[in-house]
Design a protein around this ligand. Sequence first.
Ligand SMILES: C[S@@+](CC[C@H](N)C(=O)[O-])C[C@H]1O[C@@H](n2cnc3c(N)ncnc32)[C@H](O)[C@@H]1O
Length: 379
Amino acid sequence: MTVHTTDASARTDALADILVKRGHLTSPRIRDALRAAPRHLFAPARGWYATDGPGPRYAIDRDRDPATWWDAVYANGSIVTQVDDGAGDPTLGVAEATSSLSSPGIVVAFLELLDVQPGDRILEVGTGTGWTAALLTALGADVTTVEVDAGLADTACQTLTMAGFTPLIVTGDGALGVPDRAPFDGVHVTCGVDRVPYAWVEQTRPGGRIVVPWMPEYGDGHQALLTVTGDGHAVGRLVDSANYMVLRAQRSTLYVPEHTAAAVETTTRLDPREVTASPGADVAITAALPDVMGAPRDRDGVVEVELADTAGTSWARVRQGEGEHRVWQAGPRRLWDEVASAYARWTEWGRPGREEFGLTVGPDRQVVWRDDPSNIISP
Ligand SMILES: C[S@@+](CC[C@H](N)C(=O)[O-])C[C@H]1O[C@@H](n2cnc3c(N)ncnc32)[C@H](O)[C@@H]1O
């Protein structure tokens, strides 16, 4: 139910009730933090609202249409505040989103995983609007937050000060952490990474937690909860889905040509929707093929899965048919065949779900495991 009032505390309570119902929010302390850091203080006057999951997406403007703006700010969706690193207009909803006020459901889910205690020293990576930093501060943490974009960091600093929060805001590359402020009790990452920077592990005390949107090249993104061990590793499981904008230095673009002239055409009985829409299959595939990018595309109701390797040598496209599906593969690698065999291995394992997989991050490499950290399934 939409609360038709500009009373922020009533709206916060209504939003919190939705988050409780959806299973994102259980902690009364986080509920109090939502009240202490009202979301509208951190929302841009103009932006692009996107419901969490499938649902409406539209421009919002506080001055032109305040009712829609208030409803969007207290709904479970993200609000894009910047596109193309500041070069475009977010209200057009077309360009690459590069900063946002994250969706309350995912912010709260990560806060629950981090389990912040009063006095904890927390590093946040990706300040954005400053809302997450405010929530962490409201939970009693001593917060250091890093933002790569100087303009966004300045705006967040002003917003946080006006809202009465004083975390330390650092402008720079969050992948390096903030060594001067280490050790941290926890790291809260609000941009996606394929490779977890080791600096975050090094700068967290043993037993401390790192919560991070793990966004490998292939398929969906995942909430990962890692715990730092005494021997300098971070180990933990995948929990649920998470889709964030990617850490600047780790951005990649999946490009598959429209023309199929250079490709070898075959057919497959493996439905392309299976290899991207089965939770857990995507983890098994990306674990086996960490350098393969892959995503489904909806083309007028027909699903196509596009694949390309990060080195740019090979690509594949698989178009959903009826029983038989058309496959085009080009370059020295047969990427669809590789994906299909990783998928077959996943089915032999009994189709394990996302939460049966985990990551270990060490000084030299990051690996994916199944069931137990000793059962490494990545190369
Ligand atoms: C989804 S937004 C963060 C949302 C934010 N936590 C909030 O509460 O509004 C992701 C942010 O990560 C920032 N970012 C991307 N790469 C970064 C990096 N290498 N270091 C620090 N911040 C980075 C982006 O500029 C963007 O502002």
